[in-house]
Design a protein around this ligand. Structure first.
Ligand code: GUN
Length: 286
């Protein structure tokens, strides 16, 4: 059996971003994306900076709101209400996680579903579950686009999703079901997890545990999508990023695999911009 083919998310994301930039250039108005960052979480700051940079690079307007970690729920809700009412803003993203005093679900559900470019609003989650059109979460959409680019038609394939978060696991499972996969959702309480994973033609790992999924958990020839981004110590006293899958072991068994970094990660921002463009074009129809 030959080594797995690498799914180059970075290149695929760059192609999507190029298409978005070309479409934005042809619009009669400028789409606007507002990002709200609460507190000083270093990883969130990096994400938000990257999002702003890429938003501007495709010709969209980027607006950033930074609030202190001690912000009150009502202040955050007032900001969301103002962004909902702002006709120049087509997409709103509240960076997660939020501090403990904030009810995250209440904040996400205060966003106008038509501007909910993260796809986290309960209305958009419900639309996805019901098979109706709506804004779809960015990382799951990125996973699906990579799988379709690699495999083409996914119909009838056995898909196992490890992880059941609202941000990745659940929406990925819904998207794969929509593509006519036979979907199993596995999680921390799943019995015989390696055995369940070995059934998968498509294995999506979204657990947040460094290199938890081993090579011998993978069916030969399977497509492995690694959503994990875990920072671990490296030999030289520095740190390095690894996924939820033991990459070298998995590569020897799988048919396709996404690397970390350079796999799913770059697709998240590409899909965020895609969602913002979609929201903006819809708003322009009214
Ligand atoms: N924090 C980590 N990933 C995400 C994401 O996709 N969206 C938001 N809003 N926050 C996040």
């Amino acid at each position: 059996m030959s080594e797995a083919r690498i799914i180059d998310g970075k290149a695929y994301a760059a192609a999507i971003i190029g298409e978005i930039a070309a479409e934005v250039a042809g619009l009669k108005f400028q789409p606007g994306l507002a990002v709200v960052l609460v507190g000083h979480d270093p990883a969130s700051q990096v994400y938000v900076r990257n999002k702003a940079k890429q938003t501007v690079a495709v010709g969209m307007k980027s607006v950033e709101h930074r609030l202190g970690a001690e912000v009150l729920q009502d202040e955050l809700l007032a900001l969301v209400a103002a962004l909902n009412a702002d006709a120049g803003i087509h997409g709103i993203l509240v960076q997660l996680p939020l501090p403990a005093q904030i009810d995250s679900a209440a904040v996400l559900d205060a966003i106008d579903p038509a501007k909910d470019v993260d796809g986290f609003h309960v209305v958009n989650a419900g639309r996805l579950a019901a098979g109706l059109p709506g804004l779809v979460p960015c990382t799951p959409l990125g996973c699906l686009l990579l799988l379709k680019a690699a495999l083409g038609d996914l119909s009838g394939l056995e898909a196992v999703v490890v992880g059941r978060s609202n941000i990745v696991g659940k929406p990925v499972a819904q998207l794969l079901l929509r593509e006519n996969c036979t979907v199993t959702m596995a999680h921390s309480r799943t019995r015989n997890l390696p055995e369940v994973c070995r059934r998968a033609d498509i294995l999506v790992a979204a657990v947040g545990k460094a290199e938890m999924i081993r090579g011998n958990w993978i069916k030969p020839g399977a497509a492995v999508i690694d959503v994990g981004i875990n920072r671990v110590p490296a030999e030289n006293g520095k740190t390095r990023l690894v996924g939820d899958v033991a990459f070298e072991e998995a590569k020897a068994v799988a048919g396709w695999i996404t690397p970390v970094p350079g796999g799913v990660g770059p697709m998240t921002i590409a899909c965020l911009l895609r969602n913002t463009l979609e929201a903006a074009k819809k708003a322009a129809l009214f």
